[in-house]
Design a protein around this ligand. Sequence first.
Ligand code: APR
Ligand code: PHB
Length: 385
Amino acid sequence: MRTQVAIIGAGPAGLLLSHLLTRGGVDSVVLETRSQEYVASRIRAGILEQSSVDLLTEVGLGDRLRAEGDEHRGIYLNFAGERHHLDFVDLTGRTVWVYGQTEVQKDLVAAGTADVRYEVTEVALHDVESDKPYVTYLDADGVAQRLDAGAIAGCDGSFGPSRQAVPSEHFERVYPYSWLGILADVGPSTDELIYAWHPNGFALHSMRSPTVSRLYLQVPNGTDPASWSDERIWEELAVRLGHGQDGWKLTPGPITDKSVLPMRSYVQTPMRHGRVFLAGDAAHIVPPTGAKGLNLAIADVTLLSKALVDWLRAGDSTAADAYSDDALRRVWRCTHFSWWMTTMLHTSGDPFDAQLQLSQLRWVTSSNAGATGLAENYAGLPIGF
Ligand code: APR
Ligand code: PHB
């Protein structure tokens, strides 16, 4: 089998890349180890930056997002018994949208633009330094297949084979805490997200819809989610998020999912080797505190699709040659922002750190310059930054 771009991984990066390539007149085949049902139901982050929403709208994927998504003007920061609102519209003129990654994934599948082969195994990349790279795999029936391509896009997340095909340097930071995340069948107790600093640890109140909330608690690494009863989770969320503060109440509800997420930062550089290009989690991981994972994947494939269309349709490799450097500028900006939000909000147990965090939180909530810096990064820099 032959295609112009062999895409490995049908997460948001792989599916959106395929959609953008189709629109640009370049054909692709997507190889995915999991089933379509599994990929469509994974619970992931839920915040889209303005530039991600604009891009999705521009390429025909914005209808349900705009109808069912929830546009937010900003976020709340809660610390030292006070709640502060950061208004991104006033500060930067931009908003963010609450719309689950699961929903973005469904919209991409519904668009029907990607030719996806689900439940493949033993995916391997070959001859990536030549101008005739190819991928071998076993299809869902266990039959050996070979896919020849002009380029390979590694969109297979942090555990896929593409990352290994790119000999490169990587930078990594593992954090000494994790998030215990819950989904609950209860309407959000807040109109916008609350990020809370508390001596007991960080907490976040997020949401998925008018009837479903998503909340997180900082917990030690290695925590077993089963060791936290539903009652204890709600009690701790109430304490950290400021239940009772100025009459605010956290309304508990039935918990439908409970999991622990480790936190790390990881950047692989360069993001290209020969004819393999990495995008999304295959190239970088950010801790979830800045809500950047999905947005970075969208920014990568926006650049990559243009580069591959120029190269494979018009023979112009300028953008393909610049892809890694162009993508990494934004990746490092988001890596810094995610690290900064994470270290500002999570307690380390060191009293000196705690005082620095509180001072920084006071600065971002009382200085226009401090607030604008956070807002500009959170609401997202324009694509191409
Ligand atoms: N062959 C084919 N597909 C693979 C392989 C493999 N060997 N290994 C992994 N995959 C698939 C995974 O099953 C998954 O569907 O690659 C896909 C990678 O998708 P994601 O992990 O969703 O990564 P990405 O598309 O880059 O999206 C980034 O996902 O993790 C979040 O926070 C992150 O929101 C961000 C987004
Ligand atoms: C989420 O809704 O899952 C979410 C929101 C904001 C974050 C991280 C996760 O920073």
